[in-house]
Design a protein around this ligand. Structure first.
Ligand code: HEM
Length: 400
């Protein structure tokens, strides 16, 4: 039954030169021949790497695989594998299995529904307009990350949760090392402690005086201060860096595909579908992991109890068995079913929030600056190759 498959000594992370939007070429060639291969993890653990769309999806949908923090071996190099949740907190529900995970998720699902997020549209429009106004006032050229992509999702998640936006520099500084697998462990721990303490104090204050926001609503539930600190930590961390990178990397991709951009400008109604295709094509949360709780046969291979599987969502979203001509950005294709928000019980809780923000932000940006272009050669755009959320650190843009 188990046929012999390649064994990688490390996870390929290097993207093809000159193709900042493509996953590492080695992943693509592996996927087409061997969608599940052996992989030695940076901590020496002998596990697996899944790159095929249907295998990645089946593993994350299978309760015989665990997302539990203490079982996970990180496929990414550096200390990120060892990062623990805030002190005294019970851990984050993204790293828990059901039924424990489901208990937290149930308390939050109603706060992130399509309906609730659509109600936010007007406020997102206001925030986007203010940032476009400021960008225009400051004049061309500008860094789209600092002026637009980064602050808009930060402001929105702060308002939703009820976290003072005035402190956003503090969050940004402390969330940054947590997404960088290579950041020194001491720096990561310091950031976790600082954020944990800050959020714990905020929760205690909200309990004394409840506010009209998500954390303010949650203090009235059965959740303890420690549980709420963990939830706030996860939501803030997930809300700050993800949509921001989709906005910046998405704009970069559009500017590098002028025909696609032109067609999108001519048909603004196609924006919703275009965003799904950008999510698929760019897959900024590129690699996750799960651990087998028992022996499981997958794709003709036996994954043994205790073995971890690295999951390349980036490779899965370029699987030709699911998406014809997968390496082509085609804003008109039906990209539904992509794995950019994950799949199964941990599928992204914030996806509707992210979609509303992307829709309003891309629409506003394209309408405001019809002549938007890169202000530097494409190969000078600094890429987030050292982060587990891919994107760009800056995007210098110009307009007339
Ligand atoms: C374009 C932007 C985003 C992308 C690409 C993204 C991607 C993902 C992915 C791939 C997962 C699944 C992780 C796994 O299975 O291990 C996930 C989970 C999650 N995301 Fe997002 N995300 C985005 C925006 C957001 C935002 C704005 C929030 C803010 C609320 C958020 C909150 C969460 C939470 C709480 C989970 C854990 C869900 C659970 O474990 O049940 N995400 N996200």
């Amino acid at each position: 039954m188990t046929k012999s498959v390649p064994h990688l000594a490390e996870l390929p992370l290097e993207r093809p030169p000159g193709c900042p939007f493509d996953p590492p070429a080695e992943l693509a060639s592996l996927r087409d021949e061997h969608p599940l291969v052996r992989l030695t993890f940076p901590d020496g653990h002998e596990g697996w790497l899944a790159t095929g769309y249907s295998i990645v999806r089946s593993i994350v949908a299978d309760p015989r695989f665990s997302a539990r923090q203490e079982l996970i071996h990180s496929p990414l190099p550096g200390p990120a594998a060892m990062v623990t949740p805030p002190p005294a907190a019970p851990g984050m529900f993204i790293k828990m299995d059901d039924p424990e995970h489901g208990r937290y998720r149930k308390l939050l699902t109603g706060k992130f529904t399509v309906r609730r997020m659509r109600l936010l549209t007007e406020r997102v429009e206001q925030v986007v307009t203010e940032h476009l106004d400021a960008m225009e006032r400051q004049g061309s050229p500008a860094d789209l990350v600092a002026a637009f992509a980064q602050p808009i999702p930060a402001l929105m998640i702060c308002e939703l949760l009820g976290v003072p936006y005035a402190d956003h520099e503090f969050f940004r500084r402390n969330v940054a090392p947590l997404n960088k697998p290579d950041a020194p462990l001491a720096e990561q721990e310091e950031a976790i402690n600082a954020l944990g303490e800050y959020l714990y104090r905020l929760i205690v204050a909200k309990r004394a005086e409840p506010t009209d926001d998500i954390l303010g609503e949650l203090v009235t539930t059965e959740l303890t201060d420690e549980e709420l600190t963990s939830i706030a930590f996860l939501l803030l961390g997930a809300g700050l860096d993800t949509t921001a990178n989709m906005l910046a990397l998405g704009t970069f991709a559009l500017l590098r595909h002028p025909d696609q951009l032109r067609a999108l400008r001519e048909d603004p109604e196609s924006l919703e579908g275009a965003i799904e295709e950008l999510l698929r094509y760019l897959t900024i949360a590129h690699t996750g992991a799960r651990t087998a709780l028992e022996d499981v046969e997958v794709g003709g291979q036996l994954i043994k109890a205790g073995q971890a599987v690295a999951l390349s969502a980036g490779a899965a979203n370029r699987d030709p068995l699911k998406f014809p001509e997968p390496d082509r950005l085609d804003l008109r294709r039906n990209a539904a079913g992509h794995a950019a928000f994950g799949h199964g019980v941990h599928q992204c809780l914030g996806q509707q929030l992210a979609r509303v923000q992307m829709k309003v932000a891309f629409a506003g940006l394209l309408a405001r600056f019809p002549s938007l272009r890169l202000a530097v050669p494409a190969d000078e755009v600094p890429l987030r190759t050292d982060s587990d959320i891919y994107g760009v650190y800056a995007l210098p843009v110009a307009w007339d």
